[in-house]
Structures are given as C-alpha cells and as structure tokens.
Design a protein around this ligand. Structure first.
Ligand code: ATP
Ligand code: MG
Length: 574
C-alpha cells in the first residue's frame, strides 16, 4: 500500500506497470515519450487523454516528453493547427522537452528508405492505386505479388531517386516494403512506404515531392528520438508488426550514418529502439470526436468555429470555461486500459463541478430578472455589504456587494400560483434574500398577464445583527442590486447533440440530424459588480445557478458576457 493521499493515488495502470518494470530491470534508465499529433485540425478531449499519458508518465518517472508533429500528409496540414496544438498542450499544463516535426527527419527517412531498397526490403512499384487495391486481397484471401516486386535493388534505387527528383507525376509510383502478400495482417502485405505528392509542405516548403507514409514515419520518428514507450490508441495495434519491422529493418541505433542529417544540425544522436503500447481511446457520448467531422461542422457553420464553447475541441471546452485540472481529473478517473468504452458526458461535467466547487468564488447573478421593491426602505437607500467569496474556504476572502431598495430576483423564484412543494416566494409569502433578511410579498404588479414587479417589505429584525436573525423560512434566494448591478449577456450552453450516440449512422441519419436546437440560449441578466469587473476567463459559481466564466473573447467590464460552464446538478439524468 502506498501512503499517497486519495487525491493523488499512485497510478498503477498497465502502462505504468510496464514503465516501472523497465526501469527496475535496467532495460531503460530514462523514460522518453512523445505526443505525436497530426496538425490537420484542432485537438479534442480525446487527445487530452493521450497528452496526460504521454506527458504525465514522463513527468512521474523523471523522463522527457517531446511534442512531435506528425506532419507527413502536407495536403491537410496547416500552421494554424501547429500553433493551436502548442497552445492546447501548454493550457493543459504540460511543457515539452523538445518540439519536433516528423518532417525534421525527412532526410533520415529518405536514407533509411534507400537502405531498405539496398537490403532488398523495399521496391519501387508502378501499380496504380486501384491495382494495388486489387492485388492486396481481402481478410479471407491472400494478396498477389506485384509484378514489380522482383525489380532489382539497383533499378528501384534509380527510380526512387528519380521519384525524389520530381520526374514522375503524383500516384505514378510508390515505394513499397517487401514483406508478405499472404500475411494474415493486411498491413504487412507490402505496404507503401513513400508516395509522390507534388504538394508544398507547411514545414519543408518545396523541398520534397515524395512523402513518407504514416507507418514508417511514425516508427522511425520514435526511433530517431529514442522514445522508450510509444503510446498510441488501440487502432494501431494491427500496425505494430509493421512498426517493429520498420524499426528493426532500418536499425537507426546500429547505423549512425543514417543519423548524420540530425547530427549535422548540432543535435545529439539519440537513436534507440522504441516499443509501441496501445491503450483505449477516450470517447464521450453526446459528442462526436473525430477531427474530420469537427472540421465539417466548422466548415458547414453548424457551430461558430473551432472554439465554439459547445465543441469538444480543447479550444472550445476552454472557452466554455472548463479548467485544465478538470480534464486531467477526467483522464485520471476513466483510467487506462485496453478496453474501449463510451464515457458518459456527465462524468466530464462531474469533474468540472468537483474541480470548480472548491476553487470558484461565489457570486450572484440573475438570469431571468424580475424586479422586487422593498417598500419599507427609503428611496435612495444604498448599502455595501461584505460577503464571503466561498462558504467553506475563508482563504478566498470577501467582496463588497451593493444593496438598495430595488433588487432583481430570478423570475422562477416567484410563483403566483405555486406548484406543490414550492418553497420560494408567493403572494403573501416570505423568503430570505441571501445575506439580507426575510422579505414578504405584499403586492404583485402586473401588466396584462405578465408579472412585472413585486412589492415587498423587509423584516428589519431578520437582518444580520437583528433580534430575529435566526427566524426560519423555507427558502433562500439570490438577488442582484437593481441600482448597481450590471446588465450582462449570459450564454447558456448545453449539450450539442440530443442523443448519446450521434455518430451512429442508423436509419440513414447522421450526427447532423441530432443537433440540439437548445444547445445555446442567449439571455440578458444582471450580475453583481464584482462579477462584471473580472478579467476574461475568470470562473465563478453563480449561487444556485451554475458555474460561469467570463467570456474569453467578448467579455468587458462595462458589457459583461458570461458562458455557462455547467449547471450545479446533472439536469440530464433521468
Ligand atoms: P481523430 O481520429 O479524432 O481525427 P487522430 O487520431 O487522427 O484523431 P492524431 O493527431 O493522429 O489524431 O492523434 C495524436 C495522438 O492522440 C495519437 O497518439 C492518438 O492515438 C491520440 N488520440 C487521438 N484521439 C484520441 C482519443 N479519442 N483518445 C485517446 N487518444 C487519442
Ligand atoms: Mg491520426
């Protein structure tokens, strides 16, 4: 048993067990990991799991974690994403040992490919993409050898060099690994290692017109950096034999001349044999979490951009007000395994509430205002009251809250005809105004059917210091001073989809058919001055209402804008 506190239990998942064993056995003396996003979109909540694992494990074991952009597919990649990914990793609370790009190693990969050709482990193939598919076979039938498979290394080498020189159009030829067209694992049926693409690259510009495929680039990228534990999601399990094949056949560690392009840049030769370990993806219901679909939603304007607060992107969830520590808590809570599962969205909300409850200062904000006039206070009455910022943590200090003869209360906190069990204000009834005292509703002013004002009296003996300060009433409600409260735009966000599995394309429907029309409601309310004056991205609990954040881009003290992060309770649980 460890004596760690429950808040920081010793993590002991299967990956950490492997790492511990490798350190104990002396297989490794230092742990190296990497987080390898492809810069073809914004990171999402799923990536947070990979980031927390890659960086977290390096941190826990005194190792190093690189951020490596897996930028081998230039057509879909963009510097905008490269920047956003760095921001996101830092926002989550991690710093990389080194920032690298797979494209930094293109010259090494190229030398490695030539080595494979010379060894007879790779050949240039002239089949078209369609023919390659035909030759590949199926899950139940073996593939057929390409007619170019027995090409001599000399001829392949010559063609490969001419591919690099730009002599052939896109798709005319590929470099393929020579493995086994009858393998039960289709990934091993002479997979492509290089393709021709006359497309400029966001990092290397026009330097290349051939680009390595994911499998060789990923395996060799890990080997170049001396990654000890290469963590990735389960869909790469079937690629592991190819990963190992690339690492072993090229053997960067045993062939320092291949590392010369890196050493020439003044970097140390860190080549070593990596080990790939797969873990299950993080999936949340009520969301879609694939970069491709998120991109489509942005392009089709189903949401307001990548950082729309309803998006599961890290930029979106950040703007929504989620804290990095809540996301880290989520990752911790769901654990690490090889079992794919769909996590309930409420688990994330629970982590947000748990994280914010302890640290978010309390404020009062009224979302759907109704005016309440205290007729027994003089016109122009004005007070400034000291309120604690947190009911359980004095360290969060206090603030001044203005109070006057007129206040806003929540329209819902009054009912002319109360439903059964209603504990708040009714005609002739009483309720406590938080921090003030007990008020009685004497008169209801209406305009047509609409209640527009409540005229009440405040029992002075129930005010702090009064003789009846302990007098009991059933309800306590929050309020905002009508005089000095600040009008605010309040954006009430909810789940983006109405069904748990919007991605399940049943009945010819797609996730587009399940968008929640009420996922964003914008209302005008009032907040106390201490909430309005906060900097952007300040989180509060509005008492009795929910967790809110001052809007990252749009908030200003004189025109405050708040996003609802989460309600106080799970309103979706049946
Ligand atoms: P998507 O499938 O959403 O488009 P991706 O897998 O293509 O994402 P990459 O940029 O390739 O995105 O991912 C970078 C790293 O993050 C990879 O190691 C990948 O395994 C991991 N990752 C991606 N999605 C998830 C997820 N949902 N849960 C955990 N890890 C993930
Ligand atoms: Mg990917």
């Amino acid at each position: 048993m460890s004596d760690a506190t429950p808040a920081a239990p010793e993590r002991n998942d299967f990956i950490r067990q492997i790492v511990r064993e490798d350190l104990a056995s002396g297989k490794h003396t230092a742990i190296r990991t990497r987080f390898p996003p492809e810069p073809n979109g914004y990171l999402h909540i799923g990536h947070a799991k990979a980031i927390c694992l890659d960086f977290g494990i390096a941190q826990e074991f005194g190792g190093r974690c690189n951020l490596r952009f897996d930028d081998t597919n230039p057509a879909r990649e963009h510097p905008e994403y490269v920047q956003a990914i760095q921001d996101d990793v830092r926002w989550l609370g991690y710093e990389w040992a080194e920032l690298r790009h797979a494209s930094d190693y293109f010259e090494i990969f190229y030398l490695a490919a030539e080595k494979l050709i010379r060894q007879g482990d790779a050949y240039v193939c002239d089949l078209t993409a369609e023919q390659v598919r035909e030759y590949r076979g199926t899950l139940t039938e073996p593939g057929r050898n390409s007619p170019y498979r027995e090409r001599s290394p000399e001829e392949s080498l010559d063609l490969f060099r001419r591919m690099r020189a730009g002599e052939f159009p896109d798709g005319a030829r590929t470099l393929r690994a020579k493995i086994d067209m009858a393998s039960g694992n289709i990934n091993m049926r002479d997979p492509a290692l290089y393709r021709i693409k006359h497309v400029p690259h966001q990092n290397t510009g026009d330097a290349w017109c051939i680009y390595p495929m994911y499998d060789i680039a990923h395996a060799l990228g890990d080997a170049v950096e001396g990654i000890t534990h290469s963590l990735c999601t389960l869909e790469f399990e079937d690629h592991r034999p190819l990963y190992d094949w690339c690492v072993d056949k090229v053997d960067l560690a045993g062939n320092p001349e291949l590392m010369a392009p890196l050493v020439a840049k003044g970097l140390p030769n860190t080549a070593a044999k990596p080990r790939q370990i797969e873990f299950s993806r993080l999936n949340l219901n009520y969301l879609v979490m694939s970069k491709r679909k998120l991109l489509a939603m942005v392009e089709d304007k189903l949401v307001d951009g990548w950082d729309d607060p309803r998006m599961p992107t890290l930029q979106g969830i950040r703007r929504r007000g989620c804290t990095p520590s809540a996301l880290r808590l989520l990752v911790e809570r769901i654990g690490v395994s090889k079992q794919n599962s769909l996590i309930d969205y409420s688990v994330l909300e629970g982590c947000i509430r748990e994280d914010l409850d302890a640290v978010a200062p309390r404020r009062m904000g009224v979302i759907e205002p109704l005016k309440l006039v205290l007729t027994n206070l003089p016109e122009g009455h004005s007070e400034s009251l000291e309120f604690p910022n947190h009911p359980k943590d004095d360290a969060l200090g206090t603030r001044q809250v203005p109070f006057s003869r007129e206040v806003w209360i929540e329209r819902d906190d009054f009912a002319e005809v109360p439903p059964k069990g209603f504990k708040r204000l009714i005609p002739g009834g009483e309720v406590r105004l938080r921090g003030i005292g007990i008020v009685r509703c004497d008169e209801v002013i209406k305009q047509g059917e609409d209640v527009i004002e409540l005229r009440c009296t405040l029992d002075p003996e129930t005010r702090p210091g009064g003789n009846a300060v302990d007098r009991k009433v059933k309800g306590t409600i929050h309020w905002v001073c009508a005089n000095q409260g600040v009008a605010a735009e309040i954006r009430l966000y909810d789940r983006l989809f109405t069904v748990p599995d919007p991605d399940n394309d049943a009945d010819g429907k797609t996730y587009r058919d399940y968008l929640n029309p009420d996922s964003r409601r914008v209302v005008r309310g009032y907040v106390e001055p201490a909430a309005a004056q906060a900097e952007p991205e300040t989180r509060f609990q509005f008492e009795r209402t929910g967790y809110f954040v001052t809007e990252r881009h749009d908030h200003r003290a004189e025109a405050p804008v708040f996003n609802r992060i989460a309600t106080l309770r799970d309103t979706w649980a049946k």
